[in-house]
Design a protein around this ligand. Structure first.
Ligand SMILES: [Mn+2]
Length: 327
């Protein structure tokens, strides 16, 4: 997008709290790296969407490093600023007031307090009326975020989970574990198993709890369009939380993650499929398991930032169509 020479150029959009709407005109390579150059605001009061990071990586079963995920995703997102977001073709920030609310405050020496801290800080942002978009962090964070969201909604949600793993391993109700949080979410009644669906699975787990599954082989045989149709048909009009584990993508497209599994979908598949989900009653989104220490050339963080931007595009389209995006 060409800069209008008659319009004053802000020093840095992330730091200019007076600019609530509009695309950034900051140089891609410079400035403060808020997510997509949105203004920083610890309080999300009054904003349409609060993007925040949860730099937790202590519940992984294999490689750590996702505590650096939010920062890497923000950094990667700056290259995507300046032009209308593909494939939406309009400035999504003319429609949406999005703030970067910083990161969840966690004490690395008190890991047992992390679930409560994440839930309380998510609840605080939701209370201000903002739609929550969470940058992980390992996948455990979905559980406390779902607790806060379902408390706010007063009802459970359908889960649409893109992942190589079902995350349904057994749990006595107290584990802080990125492979068991779906078990906890089902047992706590946070999600509606009969309306939930997992996409891209290519590992075996002991239970499905009645959650529908389109494994990675089937998803690729169906293609992104038919996969999206299955999701839309299964979820129907239930309120939806979309959780995107970056390891849903093949390691060729997302090497920077803790538990990579060969045979995943491409980033193009994921973008196409997610882009078709705008008819869902969207209530929240996370992108998790981006682990920069294992990344190469930042491609995993870029994939994460792009998928989060596609989700924002869906919200912008919904808002433009007069549909509510409030949680
Ligand atoms: Mn996974």
């Amino acid at each position: 997008m060409a800069h209008d020479p008659l319009r004053p150029r802000p020093v840095d959009d992330a730091l200019d709290s007076s600019r609530r709407f509009g695309e950034s005109i900051e140089a891609n390579y410079a400035g403060a790296t808020s997510f997509l150059r949105r203004r920083y605001a610890r309080s999300a009061e009054g904003a349409d969407v609060a993007v925040w990071g949860v730099p937790l990586d202590t519940s992984v079963s294999n490689r750590p490093g996702t505590r650096f995920g939010p920062r890497a995703i923000r950094d990667a997102s700056t290259i995507m600023c300046g032009d209308p977001a593909y494939p939406f073709g309009f400035d999504i920030f003319e429609a949406l007031d999005v703030v970067d609310a910083g990161d969840c405050s966690l004490d690395y020496g008190r890991i047992d307090e992390a679930p409560k801290a994440i839930e309380a800080q998510a609840a605080e942002k939701l209370a201000g009326g903002a739609h929550l978009l969470t940058l992980g962090g390992d996948h455990f964070l979905t559980y406390p975020v779902l607790k806060a969201l379902t408390a706010k909604l007063g009802r459970p949600v359908a889960l649409v989970q893109f992942d190589a793993h079902q995350d349904t391993w057994d749990d006595d109700g107290s584990r802080i574990d990125h492979g068991t949080m779906i078990t906890r979410a089902v047992r706590d009644g946070l999600i509606l198993p009969e309306r939930s669906i997992q996409i891209g699975i290519r590992t075996h787990a002991p239970a499905d709890y009645g959650i529908s599954l389109v494994d990675s082989l089937l998803a690729q045989e169906l293609g992104p369009l038919a996969t999206a149709s299955r999701i839309l048909g299964h979820v129907e009009d239930a309120p939806v939380y979309v959780s995107f584990d970056i390891d849903c993508l093949d390691p060729a497209f997302a090497p920077g993650t803790g538990t990579p599994v060969c045979g995943g979908v491409t980033s193009a598949f994921a973008i196409s499929c997610l882009r078709r989900l705008g008819a869902l009653n969207l209530k929240g989104f996370d992108i998790v398991e981006v682990s920069p220490p294992y990344d190469h050339a930042g491609i995993t963080a870029l994939a994460g930032a792009t998928l989060a931007q596609v989700y924002l595009g869906l919200l912008a389209e919904r808002k433009r169509a007069g549909k509510s995006i409030a949680p």
